[in-house]
Ligand binder design. Structure first.
Ligand SMILES: *[C@@H]1O[C@H](CO)[C@@H](O)[C@H](O)[C@H]1NC(C)=O
Ligand SMILES: *[C@@H]1O[C@H](CO)[C@@H](O)[C@H](O)[C@H]1NC(C)=O
Ligand SMILES: *[C@@H]1O[C@H](CO)[C@@H](O)[C@H](O)[C@H]1NC(C)=O
Length: 728
């Protein structure tokens, strides 16, 4: 059964099961269903294996019996003539014995002298790997003190910077702890632990200090993006409310879907090589895939038949070049909501420790604490914040509800809250995937929550997670599916992408309804809406493996990021950043638009200088005094591979964190779709090949990226106060 699961998993994703990970996913009902969604192919594989083994058994059994008897006859004292199949054709048992012993010795010798990478993994027999799991970490962190930075020359005193206003300065290696800000006290909300210590924080084991972070580069000393600066001189852009829409498997190239994109090319090629003809005008239906995303981002789809983008009514800053901080959704949430980088270990070990930075909801909680509970509410900046998380699918999958509460949300809505008969808008609902319902089912609840917040004279922080774009890409039965790619031929590989494209259109339409809600409640002109993908999604058309699990392909990382506000000017910008920049960007926008009162503004300016990410409403600084702005992304499930990039160089490295995986290098300009990665089991061979193909500079970068990656992993263990030995 295990072997057939392995085969069906490979068939579905192109990867291998890690049995330790499967145990964790299978712990919940929805996880079990996720696993069981591969049941068909598993049973098919099992049946084939069973039939073949029954047929072979008739032949193998006597052969094995003969061999075993020959080998052991000496010790069993069985006379030669009585052995099964005793006839002239058989070799004498002493000869069989000798050969067997020789073969065993050679195998043992090979086993002992083989190099650990990759042969430990390749030579693992299924029954053993199933139960041993991920014991073989090659990056063994030593928790506790910070580990030495691999490039001390970049940290020399000549590069140190003094503090300046809200900027805390930069001086890794200095011994004075940075000063506590005026607002620090022992009564801070959860998330602010490191400011509660009156003796400073540098000595504290798991605390982040921006002045001593060797990788930190600030861009808060840069001016705002010019069009924003101009607009703010002309008019107020009030941000009373913030909405954050996190889009499941939201690929950058699907927000909006564009003519001439790689996926568009695949679609055209597929129709060309198919015997079928599209039933509708292909251009017409493709141009209707993501009209709302076109309007929100200000990016036209480029199809001849698409309507003009109504840009007057909508403003916003659309940022391209952004990659997710993790391809595991829950870790991506931590990165996006808390401005931290997650733990590079499998699954949510973050639940057992605490974030090394306050999450956005906790920052808003601090703002609340400092206000009079009673205020006349005339000035929105004096109002209290209400933080809400809402999705139409279950909160129980991998204890997501607990994570959401831990990150500081005060109110939440999951499928569990809408499918009880006593729920306010209860009716018979249709499940569209193993996690729950279509987004539209929560519309009336969302409306109520927004209305209540406004009626209570509060400021709204609403985060909505869209979920229909998750595997297995089901849509409500009343939603008419289109055939974007021909796929009805048997064993067509395009089935998944076609289903995904249908969910993309479904969610795009939903986002239109969602934005209408803000209009209906009269808050559109004072609401900042952030759209971001939790991670991308690789399909057969993109890479050898599909999905995010242990798959380093770029299509899993590139996500859309749009900051929408009707009064913001239209800005198209590029930043080679990760989503760790979202939180500092929101703080920067709140203060730049004067949307906070005086006390909160002070705190926000202080805090923006405490996070790792740069602000995306200012020019991104790609390198500073030889230090690169690195980009890290933890690959699903967390502890096996790390994606490393840099804003200063057009390269990407996949760093294996266990000995089961290979190094992988791509040139992101010359091989934009990552069709020809360089893959090797060790870094020396890899840099050798990189040098041959792309030259010295690329090879040196790969080697630097590897060293920085190893350091980064250890540093996360320290910051999260995580001890691998505690982790079971
Ligand atoms: C749009 O129309 C022009 C001219 O007919 C054609 O060359 C071009 O390929 C069309 N673009 C798309 C995306 O279909
Ligand atoms: C939003 O602002 C725009 C531009 O100032 C204005 O035309 C529009 O009427 C406003 N909408 C609402 C609902 O206040
Ligand atoms: C982002 O990285 C790409 C690839 O290295 C590069 O071509 C582009 O110029 C960079 N963009 C910015 C704004 O630095």
């Amino acid at each position: 059964m295990a072997a057939s699961s392995q085969i069906s998993f490979y068939n579905a994703t192109g990867g291998e099961i890690r049995w330790d990970a499967a145990k964790s996913v299978g712990n919940s009902r929805q996880g079990m269903m996720l696993i069981l969604s591969g049941l068909g192919p598993t049973i098919a594989a099992a049946t084939v294996m069973l039939v073949v083994s029954v047929l072979l058994a008739a032949w193998i059994y006597p052969l094995m019996t003969k061999w075993m008897c020959s080998v052991f006859s000496k010790w069993l004292h069985v006379p030669e003539e009585q052995l099964p199949g005793a006839d002239n054709s058989r070799a004498p048992s002493s000869a069989v014995r000798t050969w067997t012993i020789r073969a065993a010795i050679i195998t043992l010798l090979l086993w002992i002298i083989r190099p650990a990478v990759p042969f430990n993994h390749i030579s693992g027999a299924l029954p053993f790997v199933m139960f041993t799991g991920a014991a073989s970490h090659s990056v063994k962190p030593q928790p506790g003190a910070a580990s030495p930075f691999p490039f001390p020359e970049l940290l020399e005193e000549i590069y140190w910077e003094p503090s300046d206003g809200h900027y805390k300065g930069w001086n890794p290696g200095a011994t004075d702890p940075s000063e506590l800000p005026a607002w620090a006290s022992e009564y801070l909300p959860p998330g602010f632990e490191r400011w509660k210590d009156p003796h400073g924080n540098r000595a504290a084991r798991n605390s982040y200090d921006p002045t001593s972070d060797p990788l930190r580069i600030t861009n808060l000393n840069q001016g705002l993006l010019a069009p924003l600066e101009e607009a703010l001189k002309e008019r107020d852009i009030p941000i009373t409310h913030i909405v954050m829409v996190m889009m499941e498997s939201g690929r950058q190239d699907m927000f909006p879907f564009k003519a001439g994109s790689r996926v568009h090319e695949h679609i055209l090629e597929a129709w060309e090589s198919s015997s079928k003809k599209p039933q509708e005008d292909l251009d017409e239906i493709l141009s209707q895939l993501t009209p709302i995303a076109e309007v929100l981002t200000g990016q036209p789809s480029g199809f001849n038949s698409s309507a003009e983008v109504a840009s007057q009514k909508f403003g916003g800053i659309n940022i391209q070049g952004v990659t997710t901080g993790s391809t595991l959704s829950s870790k991506a949430r931590i990165v996006d909501y808390c401005g931290v980088q997650a733990l590079p270990v499998d699954f949510m070990a973050e639940m057992d420790t605490s974030s090394y930075q306050p999450c956005l909801m906790q920052v808003l909680e601090l703002f609340n604490q400092l206000k009079q509970k009673q205020n006349d509410g005339k000035d929105p900046r004096e109002r209290l914040w209400n933080t809400i998380y809402a999705q139409s699918v279950t909160g129980q999958f991998k204890a997501q509800d607990k994570l959401i509460t831990k990150l500081g949300f005060k109110q939440s809505l999951y499928s569990e809250d809408i499918d009880k008969t006593e729920s306010k808008y209860y009716h018979k609902m249709e499940k569209i995937n193993y996690f729950g319902y279509a987004e539209e089912e929560i519309r009336p609840y969302l409306k109520d929550m927004i209305r209540d917040t406004i009626d209570n004279n509060q400021r709204l922080f609403l985060s909505h997670f869209t979920s229909t774009t998750h595997h297995p890409w089901g849509v409500p039965s009343k939603f008419t599916k289109k055939e974007y790619i021909p796929h009805s031929e048997a064993f067509s590989k395009h089935e998944k992408l076609d289903a995904y494209l249908n969910t993309i259109r479904y969610v795009d339409n939903w986002l239109g309804q969602f934005m209408d809600l803000l209009d209906e409640e009269g808050i559109a002109n004072e609401t900042l809406t952030v759209f971001v993908g939790d991670h991308g999604q690789a399909f057969d058309e993109d890479s050898r493996m599909t999905g995010t699990y242990q798959n380093g392909h770029i299509s899993n990382f590139a996500v859309p990021l749009t900051l929408h506000h009707p009064l913001l000017p239209r800005i198209q910008t590029v930043a080679n950043a990760t989503t760790v920049s979202i939180l500092p960007t929101i703080l920067d926008l709140l203060t730049s638009t004067k949307s906070l009162n005086e006390d909160d503004t002070e705190i926000s300016l202080d805090l923006a200088n405490q996070y790792e990410g740069q602000s995306l409403i200012r020019p991104y600084v790609n390198s500073h005094h030889g230090r690169e702005a690195w980009k890290f992304a933890i690959i699903n499930a967390g502890g096996t591979m790390l994606s490393i990039g840099s804003a200063a160089a057009p390269y990407r490295l996949i760093l294996p964190l266990t000995m089961d995986f290979e190094f992988q290098f791509t040139h992101t300009e010359l091989d934009f779709y990552e069709e020809e990665p360089i893959v090797e089991w060790d870094i020396e061979s890899l840099t050798g090949l990189v040098q041959e193909k792309y030259g010295d500079e690329a090879a040196e970068w790969a080697s630097r990226a590897q060293m920085v990656g190893v350091w980064w992993v250890k540093e996360r263990m320290r910051l999260w106060d995580f001890h691998p030995k505690d982790f079971t």
